[in-house]
Design a protein around this ligand. Structure first.
Ligand code: ZN
Length: 877
């Protein structure tokens, strides 16, 4: 799954079941390492559980013991939208895994169990709201399968939760706006299984090392579309006006990948042609308003499926590949087999897609269909077998689609995300056997660090062995659970090499190398000595074995040397011909390591012009521009023309240190970038640079010009807030001209301006964006924060009617809006307290002067504020 990290001016949080992109500028809290969570013991935790016999080792998270093989799951469901119930009949075919048994133990969370039958005869059972323990009609051995039918009602909203965590993401089954009361949100039902929440909506063995084939009959009102795993076999109209859709998947997968969604979705059809020429449906389920943009958002999917199928030498194994966008999703996206769910942040108009797209997330979920869905981590401790690969697929797609610079740039952000995550949550082994809560596995280790580790393995083995090893692993473990040793064995089989050293330090170890790299040129002996020290904390991390490539640039050209660092302090010697122009440590720029390197500034300057990889050029720009030399200034000016946008952005930042004629040259160039660069981030950086480095008149002219011509909403938002600094009135006027744009992001930008400059008249703008649902997802949170400032600035005019907006957001806001609403309300409450104190003081002063008419006026205001305080307090209930 792909966890989303977002940030707001108030706080950033991290939740379960979404991909966490820990990257720079983003902070998070939550799931802290000190959190003590009462873990429910395994679903198989009853008297025959072997773990009980050997004594429960509390800190070791063993893989679930398999007592029963679940062979097939047949579900027949319909819904009570008013009560938010699912009425279900589950028909499960199973057999003892090895030992004879007369019982079947299932996970079934918070249900009403109505009956349990075998061949129409009742079976006895016990049920405690978590586990359904069924006594079979007799003892079965491992060669005998049996079928039981369970009639049940799933009541996700009535489940009592442990209270130790804000459990909003393990409901399993979600009814969104079921009564249709909120006109802005299409009523819908969807599910979220990972980690162990599928058992809220059907009884199953809810563990990642279980696999079952699946069929589901979903009966709904005829106006709804449905989506589930597998193929849509039939759609039958019933005599009562309902329709029953029958979805079937003959290939087995884990229960957490089961999925179902219902709503008035539009289905935009697309097709993937397999390598053998057969066709497969690739459909996009979106709300009607987004139908025109579905292909712009998801249209690269068929190309991606083909690319990954070839790369892995393993054709996409499932029946179809549909993607759906739902409201109030509790996560980023989820790789349900052939039926992937995304949160509504992916809704973007073609114009919004100019600034950023969600292809990384699309690639991530798709890649899970091999790593996660086809071969599944056998326990949550082994989650990196799913998430590291999905994370690395983002690199693979960027490399293929946007080029190696883009891939390396994003890889740097991924690495930063890991460092940040580890710093805040602590270091642990990648394969983490002693987590305190399984949700902790979804962190910057399993995703970001794992992805970087795979990249190092690829560099070490070479592309051929690396991709063959991945293919080998898939073929050997297809439709089965796996643990990380199986991955190692596959790479060993292909490469012929013992890889324990690599897997031990990276998969079973914590932390990362902290390297100090320095060089000494011995001209007399024509050698350069490279010293490498491993400075990581050896209490936490091992001494690493690091094969790296060194590039020596001298008068004879470039010579490559492979070295292996495996001690804490080592020196390597390389011959140089004539002058050493530059030594590049880790020439492939692939190490996940904190590296402090000492080398001459002129070598960095040489590096910029002669070493291709993004990170080498970026380091050169950062460290080769020290001092006000003409070479340093030339490098900055040249980097403004770099083919990669990320370098051009860094070069713009560096221009502030230029002097004299160079500064003028840079300003001219940056003016061109501000208007002509193809990349909106570069244009935005260029505009911002000019704001701080030009005459205010020309800046104003530029901002106004950009505001009327730039295609990018990101640039427009930035221009607006820059204009606000130098000419608030004009910014306000420009905001007005943008308040009808069809862009949630742009409207959130306008809201920022109105938040600090708007008066009572702008209330109707806020009313329309919130009540008509014009801002969605995270934009709604940003706009709500702006609204809070707006309310405080216009307290007496808008406090009263703003309650309706906050009430609307409280009841109908997106997931994060609801999460942050109390903070906004509390902010207003404390501001009201301050205002009350001020007015009381004013009143006391007035009473001394005996001015009774002014006192009356003040008393009215005080009464009003006290009334408002109690009403805003009600919002916190
Ligand atoms: Zn994922």
């Amino acid at each position: 799954m792909k966890r989303l990290l977002f940030y707001t001016p108030l706080i950033s949080i991290l939740i379960a079941c979404a991909k966490r992109d820990f990257s720079e500028n983003e902070t998070f809290t939550g799931n802290g390492e000190n959190q003590e969570i009462e873990e429910v013991l395994s679903p198989l935790d009853f008297d025959t559980n072997p773990e009980d016999i050997i004594g429960n080792v509390a800190t070791y998270r063993a893989t679930e013991t398999v007592l029963t093989d679940l062979i097939h799951t047949k579900l027949e469901v319909n819904f009570d939208w008013q009560k938010c119930y699912l009425n279900g009949l589950a028909t499960l075919t199973a057999k003892p895994h090895f030992h004879d048994t007369d019982s079947l133990i299932l996970d079934a969370k918070g249900m009403d169990i109505l009956s349990v039958k075998m061949n129409a005869k009742d079976l006895s059972y016990t049920y405690d709201s978590s586990y359904l323990r069924i006594k079979l009609d007799r003892l079965y051995n491992r060669n005998e399968s049996y079928t039981v039918s369970i009639q049940y009602t799933s009541k996700p909203n009535e489940r009592s939760t442990s209270g130790s965590q804000a459990i909003t993401s393990d409901k399993g089954l979600y009814f969104i706006n079921p009564s249709g009361e909120n006109k802005n949100v299409m009523p819908q039902i969807w599910t979220q299984g990972e980690t162990e929440a599928s058992s809220v909506w059907f009884p199953t063995i809810d563990a990642p090392n279980i696999k079952t084939t699946q069929e589901i009959y979903i009966t709904v009102d005829a106006k709804y579309s449905t989506l589930s795993n597998g193929k849509l076999v039939s759609s039958k109209v019933n005599s009562n006006g309902t329709r029953t859709d029958y979805w079937k998947q003959d290939l087995p997968h884990a229960p957490y990948l089961f999925m179902m969604a219902v709503g008035e979705f539009k289905v935009v059809k697309d097709t993937y042609t397999r390598l053998d020429g057969t066709k497969m449906e690739v459909n996009y389920y979106v709300e009607p308003k987004w139908e025109p943009y579905a292909k712009a958002i998801f249209g690269e999917t068929p190309e991606m499926i083909g690319y990954f199928s070839k790369l892995l030498n393993y054709e996409f194994p499932w029946d179809k590949y549909h993607q759906i966008v739902v409201r109030d999703y509790v996560s980023g996206a989820m790789e349900n087999t052939g039926a992937v769910i995304f949160g509504d942040y992916v809704y973007k108009t073609s114009r919004e897609l100019l600034d950023n797209n969600d292809q990384s997330t699309i690639a991530h979920e798709l890649f899970h269909h091999w790593f996660g869905d086809l071969v599944t981590c056998e326990s949550w401790s082994n989650l990196p077998l799913n998430e590291s690969f999905a994370n690395y697929s983002q690199y693979l797609w960027d490399e293929y689609r946007f080029g190696i610079d883009e891939a390396d740039y994003q890889a740097g952000k991924e690495a930063d995300g890991y460092y940040q995550s580890a710093q805040m949550q602590g270091y642990h082994d990648l394969i983490w056997f002693d987590y305190s809560d399984k949700e902790q596995m979804f962190d910057g280790h399993s995703y970001n660090k794992g992805g970087r580790i795979l990249h190092m393995l690829r560099n070490y083995l070479g592309d051929d062995a690396f991709f063959s090893g991945m293919s080998q692993y898939l073929k050997e473990n297809q439709f089965q659970p796996a643990e990380f040793h199986q991955l190692r064995l596959a790479f060993e089989k292909v490469s012929g090499e013992d890889l324990n050293w690599f897997f031990n330090q990276w998969f079973l170890g914590s932390g990362h190398p902290v390297l100090k790299v320095s060089q000494e040129i011995d001209s007399l002996n024509h050698v350069v000595r490279l010293n490498v020290k491993q400075n990581q904390d050896l209490e936490v991390s091992p001494i690493y074995k690091l094969p790296v490539e060194i590039a020596i640039h001298d008068n004879s050209g470039i010579t490559l040397h492979k070295i292996v660092i495996d001690d804490i302090d080592e020196t390597f010697e390389f011959t140089i011909n004539g002058n050493l122009n530059c030594l590049v440590f880790d020439n492939q720029q692939m190490l996940l390591a904190k590296i402090t390197e000492t080398k001459p500034v002129e070598h960095y300057q040489y590096q910029y012009y002669n070493v291709k990889r993004y990170k080498a050029r970026r380091d050169a720009l950062l460290f080769g521009t020290k001092g006000a030399t003409k070479e340093a200034e030339k490098l900055i000016l040249d980097a403004l023309n770099d083919p990669f946008w990320g370098i051009r952005m860094t070069a713009i930042e560096k221009c502030s240190k230029l002097t004299g004629e160079n500064k003028n040259t840079a300003l001219e160039k940056i003016k061109l970038l501000a208007t002509q660069d193809q990349n909106s981030s570069v244009r935005e950086s260029a505009v911002t640079f000019l704001v701080y480095n030009s005459e205010s008149e020309t800046v104003e002219q530029l901002l106004v010009e950009r505001l009327s011509t730039d295609s990018s909403y990101m640039v427009l938002s930035s221009c607006l807030s820059n204009l606000q600094e130098i000419n608030p009135e004009l910014a306000f006027e420009k905001a007005r001209s943008l308040e009808n744009e069809n862009s949630s992001t742009m409207l959130a930008g306008v809201a920022q301006i109105y938040g600090s400059l708007g008066n009572a008249e702008e209330f109707k703008f806020f009313q329309s964006i919130f009540l008509q649902g014009k801002v969605i997802g995270f934009d709604e949170v940003g706009a709500m924060n702006a609204f809070t400032f707006f309310v405080m600035r216009n307290a007496f005019d808008v406090l009263q009617e703003s309650i309706d907006i906050f009430t609307h957001l409280k009841n109908n806001g997106a997931f994060y809006t609801k999460l942050f609403l109390p903070q906004n309300v509390n902010y207003i409450l404390s501001a009201l307290d301050e205002l009350l104190i001020e007015l009381e003081e004013e009143k006391t002063a007035l009473q001394k002067t005996g001015n009774s008419s002014s006192t009356d006026q003040l008393n009215k205001q005080l009464d009003f504020l006290i009334l408002m305080k109690s009403k805003y307090n009600n919002l916190l209930d």
